[in-house]
Design a binder for this molecule. Structure first.
Ligand code: AHG
Ligand code: MN
Ligand code: MN
Ligand code: MN
Length: 362
């Protein structure tokens, strides 16, 4: 288990990770991945804050549609490249998967992307990184909070690109390294771009939050050992979909609105429409957030690999629950990179109360 390191507020993320790697040698490579992630998040924070000044708002000029069927914003593409470059040149990654990449990108051990006609023999990268470079990007042109979500897995075996194999076999093998359940996550986190830029992450030993001090350009520890309140009084759903929700969820939300839930109090509704912002508020204030299944989208909207699973890891590590409705999100092994999953997470007692409706009504 981890040897924890100093957690006095003000310690920089760089020092925290150096000490963590010194006390936990198996994390030394994760430390260099984190170093590249924090640099990328500082860059993305700057790009988002200055996007109107630099004229990089709005949709991608080519009108490109990503594999999700979403119109890509300029910042979706720019932030994806920032994070991809930062990660691949650590030389620690065999594969990276992104919301903005159709298929996972295979990397050689110098971090160069491998394509079918490359002569690369093998990639010793030990890790797989999955990420959503700009979460809530539909909000970004209005200055509403957005974020970056990332997860780090170990690559279960060498991602050998054998010349005999044609690329799609190798890609399939590396793809299999990517499609891992949340329980296999080594680390996960998000960076929130809001009134402050806050990087919140876990390595399986609790959750810590670091805020970017722009006067020194360093993330400093501001939220040591985040614990989500066991119960909150906020629910956070896009209620325009409520007529298509499962009946158990409708009954649960009706009870909260009428003050007839277990707490006896009426809940208020807060919904920002950026998962990172809604989850960050839920982690700190408590309550329940969800993008549930509905009749039109049986798997909801959020993607399992690089949105729901990393967030589920964080919420569970902070003492909360993360379910599809009845089943634990972290147990789900993705079948496809961009697979969607119903996602309801937050305070332990709130999510457990919601699950009772599913258990008694379905
Ligand atoms: P992304 O911007 O990375 O595609 O993710 C958007 C997601 C998530 O951030 C948010 O919770 C959800 O979309 C909001 O969807 P609705 O606007 O349909 O409520
Ligand atoms: Mn998107
Ligand atoms: Mn997203
Ligand atoms: Mn996104």
């Amino acid at each position: 288990s981890f040897v924890n390191v100093c957690e006095e507020t003000g310690v920089t993320l760089s020092r925290y990770m150096m000490e963590m790697a010194r006390e936990n040698p198996e994390l030394s490579e994760v430390e260099s991945i984190f170093s590249s992630v924090q640099t990328a998040c500082k860059t993305i924070s700057n790009l988002v804050r200055r996007s109107s000044i630099r004229g990089i708002t709005g949709l991608e000029d080519s009108g490109s549609i990503n594999i999700q069927g979403e119109e890509q914003k300029k910042l979706d593409v720019i932030t994806n490249n920032v994070l991809k470059r930062a990660l691949q040149y650590t030389g620690k990654l065999a594969t990276i998967a992104s919301e903005e990449e159709d298929t996972p990108v295979l990397l050689d051990n110098r971090g160069n992307a491998v394509y079918s006609n490359d002569v690369l023999l093998e990639s010793e990268g030990r890790y797989v990184a999955v990420f959503d470079p700009l979460d809530g990007s539909s909000n970004v042109d209005a200055g509403i909070p957005t974020g970056t979500i990332f997860g780090i897995f170990e690559s279960p075996e060498e991602c050998e690109i054998d010349l005999e194999d044609d690329m799609d076999i190798a890609a399939r093998q590396c793809l299999s390294n990517t499609l891992q359940p949340g329980t296999q996550l080594v680390a996960a986190g998000y960076c929130l771009y809001s009134s402050a830029t806050t990087l919140v992450f876990t390595m399986g030993n609790g959750v810590n939050g670091f805020t970017l001090d722009e006067q020194i350009g360093e993330f400093v520890l501001t939220h040591p050992n985040i614990r989500i309140p066991n119960r909150g009084k906020i629910y956070s759903f896009n209620e325009s979909n409520r007529n298509d929700w499962d009946e158990p969820l409708v009954q649960y939300i009706n009870a909260l609105q009428a003050g007839k839930g277990e707490s006896g109090k009426r809940y208020s509704s807060r919904y920002i429409g950026s998962m990172v912002a809604d989850v960050h508020r839920t982690l700190l204030y408590g309550g329940i957030f969800g993008y549930p299944a509905d009749k039109k989208n049986m798997d909801g909207k959020l993607r399992l690999l690089y949105e729901a699973a990393p967030m589920a890891f964080l919420v569970e590590q902070a003492g909360g629950l993360a379910l599809t409705g009845k089943t634990r999100i972290m147990d789900l092994k993705p079948k496809k990179v961009h697979q969607r999953v119903p996602c309801i997470l937050g305070s332990r007692d709130d999510v457990a109360e919601m699950r009772k409706y599913y258990e008694t009504m379905s």
